[in-house]
Design a protein around this ligand. Structure first.
Ligand SMILES: O=C(O)CCC(=O)C(=O)O
Ligand SMILES: [Fe+2]
Length: 465
């Protein structure tokens, strides 16, 4: 099992100066018509620039293979000719149970999926290659394999520093019903992923261990033109159906579609809410993560609120029923994977870790409180809290989020990052406490208010120092 970890990188102070920076920087007018191939090697030194240039602006880019050249997976999983090393993969991981999609079979607007033993999948893949990718055979795609969860001791890769502010995995690692958003994909030439945007409208990054992918992107908002008359998103953006104006009445309004090829070793960064469809142009293996942080948490929160509105519409006819709001939250959790109370827990976990870090590492010990707090590792399990219990900072400090905190005192750049994160959480909390469905949840309003007060206390002492 992988211990939860958080890495705090350095952010320049300028990020804290303009309060509206994020939304201002995401303006639709300056969406590029091409995906930039940067030469950025993601290091501690380039972190702040990458953060401001791509994460805050929510613009995609492709990063060079220098970022993955040292990964074990690139050495062990591939042959010198760039093809997958089937023998290594079979010996090392053959017994694992893996999710496999059938790219030729659509079911409920996604690909039909089944579980397979990994060595059987590899046998299939090799025979498909030997058949010359016969049309008569299925095209199977291993996807969404929680590889790190299954093989945590094998260090397949290192998370590139530009992607390390990852609240999503940081939070999910603290939960008892652990889940994560760290995946391996393996598919033969011609395998593909239908049109979608990522879970919770998170970011994703995807690194090609071997092979090549073609990505087709539509910037946020453009997907509205790719819905049929019933409001369903098209499954395949290359389908001829789109040209039938009766079925897809808004297709002619599409302004921008961007295609890009990602080569072996390169990493693509997929921003929040950018819908995409992906093809493997060769036998391809990739590693990807979904992640969220202060740059896109507002997009995620808006997405959850929009989902609740949809749920409310669906069960409008029983609005008079007892516990209608509660039922809506249950359906929201089922549809979306999270409900309002859990989203509050998410914000609490993220904020309280940072408050703790700033308290442990104050610039001015007298102003900021008690100075060094002991490292603790006890039993806090966020999802066991009943919604009426109020959290407080000390409760989280005495908690078993087995976290790997920076061992030394934070430097200025890391403190800036914590403050940036806390500002972003505070923005969300301020929106929550003005949302009627949130206010009506027992105990949540006071928890949010308490956290806002704690955040203000620590960030004000930081700014005044
Ligand atoms: O590589 C693929 O087939 C899909 C990957 C994807 O959708 C993503 O990384 O967001
Ligand atoms: Fe995706």
């Amino acid at each position: 099992m992988m211990a939860a970890s958080m890495k705090i990188n350095k952010l320049s102070r300028s990020i804290l100066d303009a309060d509206d920076t994020i939304k201002r920087k995401r303006l639709r007018e300056d969406i590029p018509v091409n995906i930039e191939h940067t030469c950025t090697v993601l290091t501690n030194e380039s972190y702040s620039e990458f953060f401001e240039r791509y994460l805050m602006t929510n613009r995609p880019c492709i990063l060079p293979s220098l970022n993955t050249d040292s990964w074990n997976s690139r050495k062990d999983w591939t042959l010198p000719n760039g093809k997958p090393n089937f023998d290594f993969l079979r010996d090392a991981f053959g017994k694992a149970c893996v999710p496999v999609a059938n790219c030729r079979k659509e079911k409920y607007s996604s690909q039909l999926k089944e579980e397979k033993i990994f060595s059987d999948f590899l046998d299939y893949w090799q025979s498909y290659i030997e058949s010359g990718y016969s049309e008569g055979m299925d095209n199977l795609y291993l996807k969404d394999w929680h590889f790190i969860r299954d093989f945590s001791k094998y260090k397949a890769y290192e998370i590139p520093c530009g992607f390390s502010s990852d609240w999503l995995n940081e939070f999910w690692d603290t939960k008892t019903d652990k889940d994560d958003y760290r995946f391996v994909y393996m598919g033969p030439k011609g395998s593909w992923t239908p049109f979608h945007a990522d879970v919770f409208r998170s970011f994703s990054w995807s690194a090609n261990i071997c092979g090549r992918k073609k990505w087709i992107f539509y910037p946020p908002g453009e997907e509205e033109n790719l819905r049929n008359k019933n409001g369903h998103l098209v499954y395949d953006v290359n389908s001829a159906d789109l040209h039938d104006a009766n079925s897809y009445p808004n297709y002619s309004k599409v302004k921008l579609r961007i295609e890009v090829i990602q080569e072996a070793g390169e990493i693509i960064y997929v921003p929040s809410g950018w819908h995409h469809q992906v093809y493997n142009l060769e036998d391809t293996i990739s590693i990807n993560h979904n992640w969220l942080n202060g740059c896109n948490v507002d997009i995620c929160w808006q997405y959850i609120k929009d989902n609740l509105i949809q749920v409310q519409r669906e069960i409008e006819d029983c609005r008079g029923m007892e516990e209608w709001d509660y039922q809506c939250q249950l359906i929201l959790k089922a549809n979306c994977g999270i409900d309002y109370e859990e989203f509050l827990q998410f914000m609490e976990v993220i904020a309280i870790k940072r408050i703790k870090l700033l308290r442990e590492s104050p610039i001015n010990q007298k102003e900021c409180g008690s100075g060094k707090i002991q490292d603790v590792d006890v039993n806090y399990k966020p999802n066991e809290r009943s919604s009426t219990e109020k959290p407080n900072v000390s409760e989280y400090e005495n908690s078993a989020i087995n976290m790997r905190l920076p061992s030394d005192n934070l430097d200025d750049g890391q403190r800036n990052h914590c403050v940036f994160d806390l500002y972003r959480v505070k923005d969300i909390l301020n929106d929550m406490i003005h949302t009627p469905e949130f206010i009506s949840l027992p105990g949540c309003q006071s928890r949010a208010n308490m956290l806002i007060t704690d955040i203000e206390k620590i960030t004000n002492s930081f700014l005044n120092s």
